[in-house]
Design a protein around this ligand. Structure first.
Ligand code: PBG
Length: 326
């Protein structure tokens, strides 16, 4: 590019009015890009707040329906469902139970709000007594034996009516196993949104309080990625795509914008960014102290994810954002 210099070139010309600034904006935030995570647990009229995450609740299915309907009415196209089972065990029975909490909630949502996209988080940690994302033996998290349970979980979600399944466990080969199970059960048209580059992150702290999924020993570093690695993230994404992922996700979002950028650039697939619980909590806490402007910081952070290349934004602030964008 051969650009003329000052005084002919004056970048400020295009910033002189709100209309001009809008006219030349390179990136935009739109309600159609948002996904609202929701946490289901059994009961009726249950709306249990969570300390570490203001505005986030554990909700009974009837309350999930209310929340999802409100989000949908604001134009939010999709929810991402997590489940907190009544009982946990060593084989995550609640994850793939025909009438498990997620399966029940999906049925209710698809019956009452057929045009709302229902995405289900496919993982075992919330359903395991030890809180890990796979089967455990001798203190180790087993890969291959866990695949069967994950595949069974995804198929049971599809069977309940889930529009998209989203595996978040980070076992090797889970996308292939899930694709095979979906296809075998005639869900060839159910897309997989894989948490492809999911890092072992301290930003998940508050989530584990909501989802009651804190590992009871050790940590998740033997399956989630090391924060130091970019090339490995690209390899993880490439593998998930080979195995059949339709949408790929990077998580967390704000501290990993470089990864979002590289993933979108190299693969060009629909790419999701997950603004995780710790990101949300930090904004909420600073805003509560009056130290930052919650609305401005939230919108700016999400715009940064869009600028990096994210098409889909998973955020606990989806409802507020939808209102702000109106
Ligand atoms: C389950 C799962 C986690 C998150 C999404 N799915 C927690 C974890 O891996 O420990 C984190 C979401 C958030 O922090 O908002 N495997």
């Amino acid at each position: 590019m051969n650009l003329p210099g000052f005084p002919i070139a004056r970048p400020r010309r295009l910033r002189t009015s709100p209309a001009l600034r809008r006219f030349v904006a390179e990136t935009s935030l739109n309600v159609s890009q948002l996904v609202l995570p929701l946490f289901a647990r059994s009961g009726r009229k249950l709306r249990r707040p969570v300390d570490a995450m203001p505005g986030v609740f554990q909700l009974s299915p009837d309350e999930i329906l209310r929340e999802a309907a409100a989000a949908h009415a604001l134009g939010v196209p999709a929810v991402l469902l997590f489940g907190i089972p009544d009982k946990k065990d060593a084989k995550a029975s609640g994850a793939y139970a025909r009438n498990g909490i997620v399966q029940q909630t999906v049925r209710l949502l698809k019956k009452e709000l057929p045009s709302l996209l229902v995405i289900t988080d496919v993982c075992l940690c919330e359903y395991m007594a030890h809180g890990h994302c796979g089967l455990v033996h001798g203190g180790k998290i087993l890969n291959d034996p866990s695949l069967k349970l994950l595949a069974q979980t995804a198929a049971s979600h599809a069977e309940a009516g889930a529009d998209i399944v989203a595996p978040s466990d980070m076992m090797d080969g889970r996308v292939a196993a899930i694709r095979a199970a979906l296809d075998k059960n005639h869900f060839t048209d159910t897309p997989i949104m894989s948490y492809a580059a999911k890092f072992a992150s301290a930003f998940y702290g508050p989530f584990r309080e909501v989802a009651e999924s804190t590992p009871q020993f050790g940590d998740r570093r033997s399956y989630q990625m090391d924060a130091a690695n970019v090339n490995e993230a690209l390899r993880e994404v490439a593998l998930d795509i080979q195995e059949g992922a339709d949408i790929v996700m990077v998580k967390p979002a704000l501290a990993y914008l470089d990864i979002i950028h590289r993933v979108k650039k190299e693969f060009g697939l629909p790419t999701a960014a997950y603004a995780v619980s710790g990101e949300h909590a930090m904004i909420k806490a600073a805003a509560a102290k009056g130290w930052i402007d919650e609305r401005a910081v939230t919108l700016e952070s999400l715009l940064a994810m869009r600028r990096a290349g994210a098409d889909i934004l998973i955020t606990y602030a989806a409802m507020d954002v939808a209102k702000w964008l109106k």
